[in-house]
Design a protein around this ligand. Structure first.
Ligand code: ADP
Ligand code: MG
Length: 368
């Protein structure tokens, strides 16, 4: 690879193609300078991707990795009902990439092609970052800055009793893709199959930027979150923050066809889909009277949209999740991803016996 300064210059040249009205000074100085706007608020989010924990180079094509590094942070801004405007990117590059070998060059050309393609799609301007070397594994730290009208950010703590619960898209394809990758499946761009679409869902997720921004601007949701830990876990986050409980309808959950690659047995497929991570769909609660506006917004963004349940009072202060199937209502077990589970793996395995390993984190632990 070239020197650090050549490398930064190359990033800077690509970033300079974007122009943003609120950017006073971008890459090249000690800090970037942004213009404030009356009546607006600024949102900041960061995501850390660590090689072998959050992704593996053996299966993640660099172009898709560049896309995903930005996508996960764009998704957070969308989940706040805001519009993304700027990004920063910090890379920890392993020593073996530092040598002047053409392969590292190709790797980063591809990585930035994926990153900037997505940045351009949503008019996001890269305004800075940092680079250092690491002894062994690559780290990618992705920051996105967004804007919304003052007081309009859609939080996790706004769910109200009686709200309906809604979800964009379908769930489970990303977890299916990860499972297949860990089992040895690889990206093949010439192949058009359900397996390839599962791999794409995991490696190249599409953040719901347009929909999230629209919902925020129109004030249609009481609470919102993006699905990173799994539907069950992320809905539990809304319930906890809002001090409420939720009941979800088994038959209303929009399961991705890709889940059928993992299990065709309905209960196991359902468990897999609601606990599988990294769908990056948006989960929100809203007044049922606003439902038409929500469906219109989803249609305008070309997104499937489903009502999946409702918010109910917490049971003696416990923000539990319930599952309704036929006439029966019972507690829903949560096995979503946790980086630091109280008792690693064993409790999860006991609670979720049928659950395959899901997120890259878990796969990494088991592969070592
Ligand atoms: P400093 O030593 O002050 O941290 P650097 O030489 O690291 O400065 O960075 C110079 C400029 O390049 C800064 O504006 C910084 O934000 C930008 N920069 C460095 N690394 C990256 C990167 N990975 N992506 C985008 N911009 C970067
Ligand atoms: Mg620096």
């Amino acid at each position: 690879m070239q020197s650090e300064f050549d490398f930064i210059k190359q990033i800077r040249d690509q970033a300079a193609k974007a122009s943003a009205p609120d950017l006073i000074l971008g890459i090249g100085d000690d800090a970037a300078v942004l213009r404030e706007r009356e009546g607006r608020e600024t949102l900041v989010t960061v995501d850390l991707l660590v090689e072998e924990i959050d992704f593996k180079l053996e299966y993640a094509p660099p172009r898709r990795l560049g896309h995903k590094a930005l996508a996960v942070s764009l998704s957070d801004i969308a989940a706040m009902g805001a519009a993304p405007s700027f990004s920063l990117l910090t890379l920890g590059i392993p020593k073996q990439f530092q040598v002047s070998n053409p392969e590292s060059r190709i790797f980063f050309d591809e990585f930035f092609a994926g990153y900037f393609e997505l940045a351009e799609e949503y008019s996001v301007t890269l305004i800075g970052g940092d680079i250092s070397s690491t002894p062994d594994r690559m780290t990618i730290d992705s920051i996105v800055i967004g804007r919304c009208r003052a007081g309009k950010a859609v939080r996790r703590d706004g769910a109200k009793i009686g709200d309906s619960i809604y979800l964009t898209g379908e769930i489970g394809a990303s977890a299916a893709g990860l499972r297949l990758l860990l089992d040895g499946a690889r990206v093949n761009r010439n192949e058009d199959s359900l397996t390839q679409s599962a791999l794409r869902a995991h490696l190249k997720p599409e953040p719901r930027v347009a929909f999230g921004g629209r919902i925020g601007a129109r004030g249609l949701a009481h609470s919102m979150i993006d699905l990173s830990d799994g539907l069950a876990q992320d809905l539990a986050h809304i319930c906890e923050e809002s001090g409420v409980a939720a009941v979800v309808d088994f038959d209303s959950i929009p399961m991705a066809d890709e889940v059928g690659l993992i299990s065709t047995e309905p209960e196991a497929a359902f468990e897999f889909a609601i606990n599988g991570g990294e769908d990056f769909e948006l989960l929100l609660t809203a007044n049922r009277n606003d439902e038409d506006g929500l469906f219109e917004a989803a249609a305008a963004c070309d997104l499937r949209f489903s009502r999946i349940g409702e918010i109910i009072p917490a049971n003696q202060g416990r923000p539990e999740l319930l599952l309704r199937r036929g006439g029966e209502v019972k507690p829903l077990s949560i096995c979503g991803f946790d980086h630091f589970p109280p008792s690693p793996d064993l409790t999860r395995a006991a609670a979720c016996p049928k659950l395959p390993l899901q997120r890259s984190h878990i796969g990494a632990k088991f592969d070592r």
